[in-house]
Design a protein around this ligand. Structure first.
Ligand SMILES: C[C@@H]1O[C@@H](O)[C@@H](O)[C@H](O)[C@@H]1O
Length: 790
């Protein structure tokens, strides 16, 4: 084990992409009872993860706290409280709606269509069958010697996914390096000092409830079972901790590990549960054996070997993309930079670069092939009752988590979302049959790791049936960016089964004969019915019509790619043509509902009726300019009335405006996210903390620089004045292209196109469009070769 490599702990030397601070996050635990309120010190801690194991490092001096997560730490249990009363009532609700009796329909829908049980417990389901994503617990490192310290420094280095802490105390310089390795499935903590025998501490493991610790050989083991929400034990978990010391002594007791006068110490932690993403039992993993094996493997390796494997793995993803907007060295601590931005209201290019790459860092750290998808918290939650149960919301949130995956060259991180979709097929088919007597599968706005697909406990948000269609759009996105036919063939059944649900669900509108979806909601939004009552339920809300249109388009395109041209595909083409389409209201805005209702909350956080502009593309600035202008009116109206007031909704606005080529408005929404919805560790805020704002912001910045949804690769489509000069490398475009760009004074100066799969490349820039044929693996320079600018 080597000692003390000086330079990486000194930020100024490297100019690397880092979050850094001159003060620790206090390791004290504040009262976690109010699940909707964040612990302010936790929001200063720094996140690490390997997709399954997560850690938040506080970096405190006298007592270090590393709050731990494991992706499947969920209370609750498999329980799909479908409601057999739903289908018999459906026809009456539709009749009421076609007659314009919205108040009666909304009331009857709440009485007959929601789940049988308590559902998500209004986002507080920790003790219910729905369950809740919870903390694994805390690793404590108590140095037991109070007193002053100086030269304090801590950082999260995005270039190698390591947290470093250093300070001087009693003339001894202490250092900590922490990372969570994917190859070794271990959290690694290295403690060093520049004086022999200076390292002494007691280390322990704990969590707010349901845990026992014991010694097993040279390990401290924490284990327990979570609440299954039915009055018994559910998921079983285990964490194992061991200490490898250089000189000094180590002793183990059921309460902790005591290290005395060591020169250097390595702490290794493994953790897992008996969970398996497999309907109907969702269990069977031998977590005790797995955690023991991982720890044993780790103990056979040197720190350098563990570090090298981790860095190599992480950088193989992170280093695919670089963004340069600012050349000025980073001399201001991150929390101070953010504070300056919030007070001065002036932009900060370095923070924008950092936020862009931070989204990529967080996705690599919370979603890997074979893990569960990133949830509302990514994988970082410090409570027993997490906001909204830390679940998977399918009416924008989980989709937003993955919008950036392909364009920012992280296609592998997208795979867990497809695993989730596949796991919802069986429970979703039972809900489709029970609630709607329909084939195929359906999911409503909330799902969890137990295959929950029922509507939940409130019709006002639960009756969103478009979530399944929306989720499947990711299948075609992954195909378009990678042209992987094997992937498409494997996922075609999920796509087809989703179309089968909507083919059984859609009905002709009594007046227009167009196919409409309903009873359904425009996610979580409320309209004023003609009788003045506040209602949510209607026939043909724009959002449903748009996600179903996109699903049918994707299914037709996938069938063409796979050479499938049967009667069923033909029936989908007919149904798509018959769907009610986006409409423009008398006020020029895009209509959110089939009728021009007034909104109870004009500044509502959801903008679901603009799905067709982003992430869908039924509406396009060049191909459907009228609808695009109506979309712009709707966006401006939303913001004028206070829209974008949650982190995720402000992040979505960046992409929406970017699709319209509205660079300054997109940039303004980016400033809104930074100024209003970003906290000192750059976590996004709903508030409380909610990860989709981070992922949505990275997507938004990508959309400002590069778009390819229309079939044309649009370069610098929404370049704000603030980014007059810059460079981006490694962004991906549909069709299997990787794009590098440099620009100066808002003019492209260099473009490189790498063709991953060959084929025709169509590029658009400032109103000019060029085409050129490409060979697989070749690079092209369209600026010169194809006179892109003349
Ligand atoms: C997790 C929750 O998801 C939906 O319900 C949104 O409307 C909320 O704003 C929040 O993001």
């Amino acid at each position: 084990m080597s000692c003390m490599d000086k330079d990486v702990h000194d930020k100024t030397k490297t100019g690397r992409l880092k979050l850094w601070y001159n003060e620790p996050a206090k390791a004290t635990v504040t009262d976690g009872t109010d699940s909707w309120k964040d612990d302010p010190e936790w929001l200063k801690a720094l996140p690490l993860g390997n997709g399954a194991l997560g850690a938040m490092v506080f970096g405190d001096v006298d007592k270090e706290r590393i709050q731990l997560n494991e992706e499947s730490m969920w209370s609750g249990s498999p329980n799909n409280d479908n409601n057999p009363k739903a289908y018999p009532a459906q026809a009456k609700i539709r009749e009421l709606l076609f007659k314009g009796k919205y108040r009666e329909a909304t009331k009857f829908t709440q009485e007959t269509q929601i789940c049988e049980g308590k559902g998500s417990g209004r986002g507080q389901g920790a003790t219910l069958p729905f369950g809740c994503f919870q903390t694994l617990g805390d690793l404590w490192i108590d140095f037991e010697n109070q007193g002053n310290y100086e030269d304090y420094y801590r950082e999260l280095d995005l270039e190698d996914a390591i947290v470093r802490v250093s300070y001087t105390k009693n003339n001894v310089q202490y250092k900590r390096d922490v990372f969570v390795s994917e190859p070794d499935q271990l959290m690694v903590v290295r403690l060093t000092a520049n004086a022999p025998g200076a390292i002494s501490f007691t280390s322990s493991l704990s969590r707010p409830e349901r845990f026992t610790t014991k010694v097993e050989d040279d390990q401290l083991v924490m284990f327990g079972a979570l609440d299954n929400g039915k009055g018994g034990n559910g998921l079983e978990y285990m964490a194992r901790l061991t200490a490898l010391n250089k000189n000094g002594t180590v002793s183990y007791s059921d309460d902790g590990i005591v290290v005395q006068q060591a020169d250097e110490v390595l702490l290794l932690l493994s953790a897992s549960t008996n969970y398996v993403l497999d309907y109907p039992s969702y269990k069977g993993r031998d977590y005790e054996k797995l955690t023991a094996k991982r720890l044993e493997n780790g103990k056979q390796k040197t720190y350098a070997q563990l570090l090298e494997a981790h860095t190599k793995d992480y950088q193989s993803y992170f280093k695919r993309v670089s963004l340069k907007l600012d050349q000025v060295p980073d001399t201001v601590p991150t929390n101070k930079r953010l504070q300056n931005l919030k007070t001065s209201k002036s932009s900060d290019l370095r923070l924008e670069e950092l936020l862009f790459q931070y989204g990529r860092y967080l996705l690599i750290s919370s979603s890997r092939p074979g893990t569960l998808p990133a949830n509302l918290q990514g994988i970082w939650a410090n409570k027993i009752q997490t906001p909204w149960n830390g679940d998977y919301h399918t009416d924008v949130n989980v989709q937003m988590n993955y919008w950036m995956a392909e364009v920012t060259n992280l296609n592998e991180m997208h795979l867990p979302l497809f695993d989730l979709m596949a796991s919802l097929q069986e429970p979703g088919a039972i809900t489709a049959k029970t609630h709607y007597n329909a084939n195929g599968w359906v999911v409503h706005p909330i799902t969890n790791i137990w295959g929950y697909t029922a509507p939940g406990e409130k019709a006002s948000w639960g009756m969103h049936v478009g979530g399944g269609a929306w989720l499947t759009t990711h299948i075609m996105e992954h195909y378009y960016f990678n042209l992987d036919k094997t992937f498409l063939r494997q996922n075609y059944p999920v796509l087809k089964a989703s179309t089968q649900f909507y083919m059984d669900w859609l009905v002709p509108d009594h007046k227009t004969g167009e196919l409409v979806s309903g009873p359904s909601v425009s996610p979580e939004n409320t309209f004023i019915a003609p009788d003045g009552s506040n209602c949510q339920i209607s026939m043909g809300p724009a959002h449903d019509q748009q996600v179903i249109w996109q699903l049918f388009k994707n299914f037709i395109d996938a069938s063409v790619v796979l050479g499938i041209d049967d009667d069923y595909v033909a029936s989908i083409k007919r149904a798509q043509a018959q769907l009610a389409k986006p409409k423009i209201g008398d006020d020029g805005r895009l209509m959110e509902w089939a009728q021009a209702f007034e909104e109870v909350e004009p500044g509502h956080r959801h903008i679901s009726h603009l799905f067709a502009l982003h992430p869908g593309y039924q509406i396009d600035i060049e191909q459907t300019p009228k609808l695009a202008m109506a979309a712009k009116k709707s966006l401006d109206f939303r913001i004028k009335n206070g829209g974008g007031h949650t982190g995720w909704s402000a992040a979505w606005l960046i992409s929406q405006y970017a699709r319209l080529g509205e660079a300054e408005k997109a940039y303004k929404s980016l400033q809104t996210v930074l100024a209003k919805s970003t906290t000192s560790n750059l976590f996004g805020l709903h508030p409380p903390f909610q990860m989709d704002a981070n992922f949505g912001t990275t997507e938004g910045i990508s959309e400002m620089l590069l778009q390819s949804q229309s079939g044309t690769i649009r370069l610098l489509h929404a370049l704000p004045d603030a980014w007059a000069t810059g460079e981006v490398k490694g962004l991906c475009a549909r069709g299997g292209f990787v794009i590098d760009m440099e620009w100066k004074d808002a003019e492209l100066t260099e473009v490189k196109v790498h063709s991953k799969s060959g084929g025709t490349c169509k590029i658009g820039y400032k109103g000019k469009t060029i085409y050129f044929e490409t060979q697989q693996g070749q690079d092209y320079f369209p600026l010169q070769a194809h006179h892109l600018k003349e």
